[in-house]
Write a protein that binds this ligand. Structure first.
Ligand SMILES: Nc1ncnc2c1ncn2[C@@H]1O[C@H](COP(=O)(O)OP(=O)(O)OP(=O)(O)O)[C@@H](O)[C@H]1O
Ligand SMILES: [Mg+2]
Length: 275
C-alpha cells in the first residue's frame, strides 16, 4: 500500500513537472490538484508532502486522529491560509496566486462548512442562505428567496425559511449550514465534521443527504471526519493524515484500506469493531 502511494506520488510529481514545462495533459478526472502541499498551524508544520486529486463528483474523506491537521488542511484547500510549500490548483488555477478578482471567482466555485461553522444567529435561515447570494451575485431579491427556499428544501428544511437558528435542533442547524454552503450551486463542497455533536441517527441522515447531493447535483464533496460509520457510508476514497509521520500514508477506497492498508490505517478503521 505504501508502495502504491509512493507510485502515485511519483506520477503526480511527474505530472506537476510536466505542467510547469507546459507539456502536461491534466487528468480530466481531477477537479482539484494538490501538489506537494505543506501546511502549518501557528509555527508548527502539521502536514507536508501532500499530493492528491479531488475528482469531479467524488466523495473524498479526509480522516485521521484528532490533531493530525485535517482542519488545517481544509483551511488551505479553500485558500484561507497560505501553504508553506506546494500548490492547490482548482481546474488548473492556483488558489493562492492571482489577482483578487481571479481568486474570488475561483473561491465562488466551492461551498464550505467549517468545523465550528455556526449560522448567523441574528438572521433567519432564509437570510443565512441568501447572504452569500447577496455578497457574490446580482440576483434580484425574489430570485434569491426562491433559491434559498429550494436549498432549504434540499436539506429537508422546507418551510424553515423564517425560523431563527435558536429555534432549531442541532441536526437542523447542521442541515441549514449545509444549505448555506450550497447557496451558490458549488461544484465542490468542503465539510469539516458536519456530523459531530449529532446522535447516530441524525449523523446517518446527514450522510444520506451528502450522498443525495452528489447523486442529484453531481457535487464533489470533501468530508473531514473521524467517524468510521460516516467513512464507510459515504467515501469513494479516503485520505489518511498520519499525526506522527506528519504526512498522508494512505489514499483509497476505505474497504481496500481496511483490508490491506498500512497497519496504523487499518487500526484507525477498526476502532469500535469487536475483535
Ligand atoms: N492557530 C494555531 N496555532 C498553533 N497550533 C495550532 C493552531 N491551530 C491548530 N493548531 C495545532 O495544529 C494541529 C492540527 O490541528 P487541526 O485543528 O488541524 O487538527 P484536526 O485534525 O482538525 O483535529 P480535530 O479532529 O480535533 O478537529 C493540532 O496539534 C493543533 O493543536
Ligand atoms: Mg478539525
Amino acid at each position: 500500500m505504501a508502495g502504491a502511494i509512493d507510485e502515485q506520488r511519483e506520477r503526480y510529481d511527474e505530472a506537476a513537472r510536466a505542467a510547469r514545462d507546459g507539456t502536461a495533459s491534466a487528468d480530466p478526472a481531477a477537479l482539484v490538484e494538490v501538489r506537494g502541499l505543506a501546511v502549518a498551524a501557528g509555527n508548527l508544520i502539521v502536514q507536508s508532502g501532500l499530493t492528491f486529486d479531488i475528482r469531479h463528483g467524488e466523495v473524498l474523506v479526509v480522516m485521521g486522529p484528532s490533531g493530525c491537521g485535517k482542519s488545517t488542511l481544509l483551511r488551505h484547500l479553500v485558500g484561507l491560509e497560505r501553504p508553506v510549500a506546494g500548490q492547490v490548483l482548482l481546474a488548473g488555477h492556483d488558489l493562492h496566486h492571482g489577482d483578487a478578482d481571479e481568486l474570488a471567482a475561483l473561491r465562488r466555485r466551492f461551498g464550505v462548512m467549517f468545523q465550528a461553522g455556526a449560522l448567523w444567529s441574528s438572521m433567519s435561515l432564509g437570510e443565512n442562505v441568501m447572504f452569500p447570494m447577496r455578497l457574490f451575485t446580482r440576483l434580484p431579491a425574489a430570485e434569491r428567496r426562491r433559491r434559498a427556499r429550494f436549498k432549504l428544501a434540499l436539506v429537508g428544511l422546507d418551510g424553515g425559511f423564517d425560523l431563527m437558528p435558536a429555534q432549531l435542533s442541532g441536526g437542523m442547524r447542521k442541515r441549514a449550514g449545509l444549505a448555506r454552503a450550497l447557496a451558490l450551486d458549488p461544484e465542490l463542497l468542503y465539510l469539516d465534521e458536519p456530523g459531530s455533536g449529532l446522535d447516530p441517527l441524525n449523523a446517518a441522515r446527514l450522510d444520506e443527504l451528502i450522498l443525495n447531493l452528489r447523486h442529484h447535483l453531481g457535487t464533489a464533496v470533501v468530508l473531514v471526519t473521524h467517524e468510521n460509520a460516516s467513512i464507510f457510508a459515504v467515501a469513494d476514497r479516503a485520505l489518511f493524515l498520519d499525526p506522527l509521520a506528519h504526512t498522508m500514508t494512505a489514499l483509497g477506497p476505505p474497504r481496500d484500506l481496511l483490508a490491506d492498508g498500512p497497519a496504523e490505517v487499518r487500526a484507525f478503521l477498526q476502532r469500535g469493531v469487536a475483535a
